[in-house]
Design a protein around this ligand. Sequence first.
Ligand SMILES: Cc1ncc(COP(=O)(O)O)c(C=O)c1O
Length: 417
Amino acid sequence: MAPTMATEWNINQVRSDFPILSQKLENGQQVVFLDSAASAQKPTIVLDKEREVYSQYYANAYRGVYEFGAKVDEELETSRETVREFLNANSTNEIVFTSGTTMSLNVVAQAWGRKFLKEGDEVLLNEMEHHANIVPWQMIAQETGAKLRYLPLTEDGQLDLGRLPEFLNERTKVLSVTAMSNMLGTINPLEVLSKAAKTVGAKFVVDAAQYVPHGPIDVQALDIDFLAFSGHKIFGSTGVGILYGRENLLEEMPPLLGGGHMISEVHLDHSTWAGLPAKFEAGTIPIAQAISLGKAINYVNDLGWENLQRHEQELSAYAWEQLQTVPGIKIYGPGLKERGAIFSFTMEGAHPEDIAQLLNRKGVFVRHGHHCTMPLHNVLNITASVRASFAMYNTREEVDALIAALHFTRERLRLNR
Ligand SMILES: Cc1ncc(COP(=O)(O)O)c(C=O)c1O
């Protein structure tokens, strides 16, 4: 099948924007980077923006009235506004810069949870969640006496919505879910889940870490109370993330961290808090990273989400079809209609670590292990898997390289005999 015009147009433009993708390895091989689910590569526009901040007007944020300080503040607020638009939040007061998804979810669990959860309350999670959307809830549940419940999955790795009524009731205070599984690739039905949460008065929390490089999420249309994502997965830098929180909820929550910038008044025996979003931005935030996050989002906005999604769907379909031709491969998760461009698999007779190492010899970079989803791996009855994850800059040729490297692996491990 020949690539479509849209794919050709996108891919040439997009790849040239990511300098790392044209790197050659020491042995002359082209890098085939298939680990964007762990962290995505950065376009020149993001790299340039950070250089601009550090070389032209760097200063601490929200502190100096001098020119550099004012410029940094203005750039940060421009970035915050870009994130607000991306999520369709009501106000920039609802956009908190954090250090990443993990931190954002910890703020929700610790700050909201400590105040509002009590013994007998329930938090509804499910078996596919990343550890970042399990462990913070376990910690606060232990402290408050709330109970965690886990919605099971169907055989093909989707949430078993038919069983929701068994798990959701008037005791459920939070339904927290990933928008896209970082192992199964499953894209979850946020609209259905949001409605279900609201019928019992539960807060609806979305872990959007894995989904946002593949599409925007409208927090108002989906009636989302809290949403978390990381800059580094959406082509931005590490060290910065976002917590979206509905304004009235952020207002009634205590801050999690205390320190500079998050205060209104400090006395020797007590303090009062700054307004939003500063109340949740204690200390020095990751300044250049937060500024360049806006550029990363602008970059994908400008490419066009429709183009991006068309390209990824075509690539997914091709990867799905080609992977099935490799003997002994078992792909986890649902069919193409319900998944994004993440493929976790095992190969009969081969350990995931051996597969990843042999793929590396062919310049194909994939992740192996439990991908921070140990409970999910237990449910699937495996200890580890190999994960090939695709982003908008990947190509059909890279799928071919993966498949060729898998055949090489089979030969090396003498699996063809
Ligand atoms: C679904 C999901 N949630 C949360 C995280 C944690 O993100 P971070 O490590 O950037 O905090 C990840 C990262 O792999 C993820 O895929």
